[in-house]
Every structure is written in C-alpha cells, then in structure tokens.
Write a protein that binds this ligand. Structure first.
Ligand code: NAP
Length: 295
C-alpha cells in the first residue's frame, strides 16, 4: 500500500517513515521540498504520488513562538491540514491527521481525563490553530481520522527528555527545577507510529485519543527518566507560576480513549514501560550526542 508521510523529518514523522516502511511503500515529504502552506505546489506532488493513505505529521509545533508568529502557525496547522484534506479527498486517500491535547484548556481536575467527545476549548494560539485544522478536515470531509496525542518524545528531534538530559549533563551539581503541577501522558513517538499502522489497517473514522496509558507530571517524568538513565541528579519541584511562558499550558493534559484498550486494535502501553524501553534502546546514544554537543 502506498502511504505518504508529510512532516517526515520531524520527531513523529521519522518514526512513521521507519515503522510504516516495514510493511508499506512509504513516500516521505517535508520542508523544503513540499510546503503544505503552498497547496498548489503540494497538490502536484501529492497527485503524482497517488497515495492510498496520507499521514500528516507536518505542523508548526513551537508553542511559545506561535503566540507572536500567529499567521505562520495558522497557515501550517489550519491551512496545511485543509490542503491535505482536499488532496486526500481528490485522491480517494484515507487521511491520518495528528492533533494535540492542547485543544483542551486543561481546567478539569486531574486525574480525570479528556475523552474524544469532550468539547475542545484551547487555551493558547497553537491549540486554536490545531483545532482549526481538525475542523477544516471535518468540513472538507475526506475519509479521515484525527489522532490527538500528547507529551511526545522520541529518538529524533527535540523534546522534554532531551532538554532534561542536556541540563543534567551540562551542570551535574545544579539542581533541576521541574514543573510538578502539570499532568499528562508521556507518549513515545515510535509506539504512536505503530498505532498509526493499526489505524491504516482498519481505517476507523472520527476523533481518537492516542497516548500512552497512565499519567504523570513533568517532575515525575524527569525523576523517572534520570533514574532509568542511571544519573543521580537532584530534581526539585516548581509550579507553573514559577515558570511563566508566553503560551498558557494546560494543567491537565491527560487524554484517554477506551477504544484503544482493545488488544486487537490498540498498541499503546503504560508510559513507564515505554520509557524503560526507550532508555534501553536509545538512552546511551542520546547521552553521547548531548555530551558531544555541550563539550
Ligand atoms: N511534540 C509534542 O509533544 C506533541 C504533542 C501533541 C501533539 N503533537 C502533534 O504531533 C505532530 C508531530 O509532532 P512532532 O513532535 O513530530 O513535531 P516536529 O518534530 O516539529 O515535526 C513537524 C514537522 O513538520 C514540518 N513542517 C513545518 N511546517 C511545514 C510546512 N509548511 N510544510 C511541510 N512540513 C512542515 C517541520 O519542519 P521544520 O522542522 O523544518 O519546521 C517538521 O519536520 C504534530 O501534529 C503536533 O502538533 C506533538
């Protein structure tokens, strides 16, 4: 089956290319060769590829920058999604579009999760652009699924775990201060790529939440990760108000979707198990890269 992955050099895109490439004929695109905000140019490329499935991992993901770079964020996350929806409809392709926990404002008391049927209410501009992308796809109406995920980490690209490791290795004596009042589901991009493979195989439509099972805080995630890495570093709790950011972060980013508990369909695992496997497979490699970068 011919599967087109857009945003193929990003964190999730790279895992999708390698995981889906095991069983499908994968065509991979990213900037600069295909820009989803230039739909006329993108359309020629996509039509030539004639995919049966389009997986959209392309996005403007710099959440804080989006507050000031509003137009670009909207063009990519809303306009790009609309463009791919139109192209999917034209090609008769099934569209897998990746969205975010940030479509919710996170005001619900943790650990109560957000479910796919809950009404979105974004608290920042990035979330608003991602919600606009979801709505455009639904309006255009190709066969599609919207997968909301959260707190992604992976081997490629930048993420929270790499930022924690960079700080821990750069100055081993200085305590790390990590936000302890935001709750979410740390999700391994490699596992999510496998889950996307299941969606492609059975092609359900609508909105799904695809995150690791269980939940934690950034603080507990940092402590668990450094422990698994065998690094003895002091980690201190701080609160969101001690660390103001241009974009408001949801205090509760916990997502759940009972449909993914079906073992014939869902492959997501408890976050601790995935983190352990991630550290076993990639911990040493990532630490070497970061040591080389800060040397
Ligand atoms: N990271 C998270 O914690 C998280 C959480 C929830 C949901 N998500 C969603 O998960 C998806 C994948 O995230 P990720 O972490 O893999 O993001 P990422 O690493 O930033 O990857 C996004 C990719 O899209 C590319 N891109 C940006 N603008 C584009 C354009 N106009 N045309 C074509 N490609 C473009 C980026 O290229 P450049 O790098 O050159 O800009 C990058 O390669 C996104 O939809 C994101 O909203 C992520």
């Amino acid at each position: 089956m011919r599967v087109l992955v857009m945003g193929a050099r990003g964190q999730l895109g790279r895992d999708c290319v390698s995981v889906l490439g095991e069983t499908h004929d994968v065509i991979a695109y990213d900037l600069p060769e295909v820009d989803v905000t230039d739909c006329a140019a993108a359309s020629a490329t996509v039509r030539r590829a004639a995919p049966e499935v389009i997986v959209n991992c392309a996005a403007y993901t710099r959440v804080d920058d989006a507050e000031t770079d509003r137009q670009t964020a909207h063009l990519v996350n809303a306009g790009g999604a609309q463009c791919l929806a139109e192209l999917a409809r034209e090609c008769g392709a099934y569209l897998v579009h990746v969205s975010t926990d940030y479509v919710f404002d996170g005001q619900r008391a943790p650990p109560q999760p957000y479910l796919p049927e809950d009404a979105p209410e974004p608290a920042n501009w990035y979330g608003r652009t991602k919600l606009a992308g979801e709505q455009s796809i639904a309006e255009v109406g190709p066969r599609h699924v919207i997968l909301r995920t959260a707190w992604l980490y992976g081997r490629h690209g930048g993420n929270f775990l790499k930022a924690v490791l960079r700080q821990a290795l750069r100055d081993p004596r200085r305590p790390l201060w990590v936000v302890a009042d935001q709750h979410g589901c740390p999700t391994w991009s490699h596992r999510l790529a496998h889950q996307i493979g299941r969606f492609i195989a059975s092609r359900p439509e609508g909105v799904f939440h695809a995150v690791a099972a269980g939940h934690t805080t950034w603080y507990d995630l940092a402590v668990s990760f450094l422990g698994m890495m065998g690094l003895d570093r002091t980690v201190e709790r701080c609160s969101t108000k001690d660390r103001p950011t241009p974009a408001v972060r949801p205090a509760n980013s916990i997502l759940a979707d009972p449909r993914l508990a079906d073992p014939d369909f869902g492959v997501m695992r408890p976050w601790e198990q995935d983190l352990e496997e991630f550290v076993r497979l990639h911990g040493a490699g990532i630490a070497d890269e970061i040591r080389a970068e800060i040397a």
